[in-house]
Design a protein around this ligand. Sequence first.
Ligand SMILES: [Zn+2]
Length: 169
Amino acid sequence: MEIALRVLSRKIYRAFPELDQFDDRVCKMYIKQARALHNSWRGAILVVASVFVAGIAWIIVSFFLARLLNYLQTGDRFEVAGVLFIMTGFIWFPGLIALHIRDRWLLACIQKQIRTAACGACGYSLLGLEIVMYNNKQAVKCPECGEQTILAQWGLSAADIDPTLLTKT
Ligand SMILES: [Zn+2]
């Protein structure tokens, strides 16, 4: 149910309080960026592989379900529903698993991306904070510990700190 709701709402990024300050458009660009930086192809392989594994798993499950139905010797109507459940499972079961895997992978991507924009000294999230110039370099001052995190030093881009920049390019 939880999975279905999340898929329906398509707002996976709302799982992260750090992203609450940004609107949907910015969040979507942020996810796109996170996926690109964290190997989209790996996620795609993972999803495809999960479809195969789920398909095989369903064959095994449906074998036992069919035996159980047979054992129960249920009425015609129930049997039709049972057979439909088993037959259509080849489509919806791998589909559900693939969606779930994709969600998990996206969540991991977003989390990694958020973690890259953390204070070098204390780990506080710098996402959405003001970028200032410090010794002629772009930097962000941590509101927690006061450390100046120089973006270039940590391999960060301005968009890693301020994702609204992604929508302006
Ligand atoms: Zn800090």
